[in-house]
Design a protein around this ligand. Sequence first.
Ligand code: NAP
Length: 429
Amino acid sequence: MVATRVMEVLTSTPSAHSGMTQKNVVVGCRTPDVRQADSAVYKLRGEFREQQSQLFIGNNYRVRVRRSLLQRSGLDVRAIDAAQPFDYESVRLQELQNKNKLKVGIVGFGNFGQFLAARIVKQGHRVLAYSRTDYSEKAQELGVAYFRDADDFCEEHPEVVLLCTSILSTEAVLQSLPTQRLKRHTLFVDVLSVKEFPKNLFLQVLPPEFDILCTHPMFGPESGKGSWNELPFVYDKVRVRKGRRSRAADIFLDIFAKEGCRMVEMTCAEHDRYAAGSQFITHTVGRVLGKLALQSTPINTKGYETLLGLVENTAGDSFELYYGLFMYNPNATEELDRLELAFDSTKRQLFGQLHDVLRKQLFPGDGAEKASSSQGSLDTSSKNGSSTNGGTRIVSNVDTAPPVFESVLIKSVELEKDPDSISSKSPKH
Ligand code: NAP
């Protein structure tokens, strides 16, 4: 019987644009017996070593050679197509192709779960999903096997269980999963936008034999609808065993690395500190601006376009997600307070400046000092209108002063009298 060794060869060729493009080809090596095949393969490996290339064969090795080297080596490179399923060669080939593929079970098949599923399927992994709502049709469209029953889902033995549930529902969903039906080496991954919370939850709830990887793709269906190139992907290998057990985690992370994500390894605590100051603020400002119902105009500046983009980016996310960012990140309250203080201080700066200008306009002869000394009892009689502000009578003596000046003056007096009047209304959480 002819022994066959099949190698996957990764060749690099210069691309039209820049750098090299890489291409997998299969090298078949047939010899009369297995030992000979092995030694042939080792010989090839030696040759490639001499050429300063890396060679890997089967599960353990991969060849990285330039096409020119390949041709010079006289290797027989052939496409193995139309192979019969019983053919050893095709079985090995299948093994090679599957060795980097995972069976990923998504729990929570909403907006973000579907978004991730589409890319994972595209990379050739098998995806199953389970959710509270019936998403059978959507799943079919995406090439995902959908399960309405958690037992059936777990009995499919996904290698990775990927939690894409809302932050608020995660605990209940995790507690309700029949984890005893899963294999002992299952890897649990989450994508929640907060990280300390799922990490502690996983460590508390999951049996010790399961591995844990906490991740946060720092993009969503809107910001990641095109390429994921350079988009940050944060992860923390909370409990990933070394050796063969790390295979699932490595392949899972590789899904994002292959899409060009910027892979950032950091602890869950670090993530939450950074995310409160960046992601939570982004969502808050996006939501505040969303309430202004900003419209596009024919004279949009670049800055304004950015603001419209921010509103669009955040408007698609559920309020539950935003609320989860607030409730489950201990740093969020502080950031909200800081945002409010910053807004007040900016406002005070504006009104403070205006106050001086207005004083000069309203009391042209008196000079700023005089006006300043009379401030707080601005009960000057005048020929123009007057208004009352909490006992302080503010009177404008300029015929031409536009009405808005008066309200601005009232506001600036109010702010000067009680600078903390607004910031002291910070919500207690
Ligand atoms: P979401 O509103 O945060 O979560 C929706 C998902 O949670 C759906 O799958 C939904 O299931 C499930 N769910 C909600 N309440 C449930 C309950 N009581 N019981 C069972 N399942 C429940 O929106 P999302 O955008 O899809 O986000 C999912 C996760 O991804 C969140 O943890 C979020 O922080 C994270 N994430 C989102 C983004 C993003 O841009 N959207 C980016 C990074 C990370 P059904 O649909 O079956 O009801």
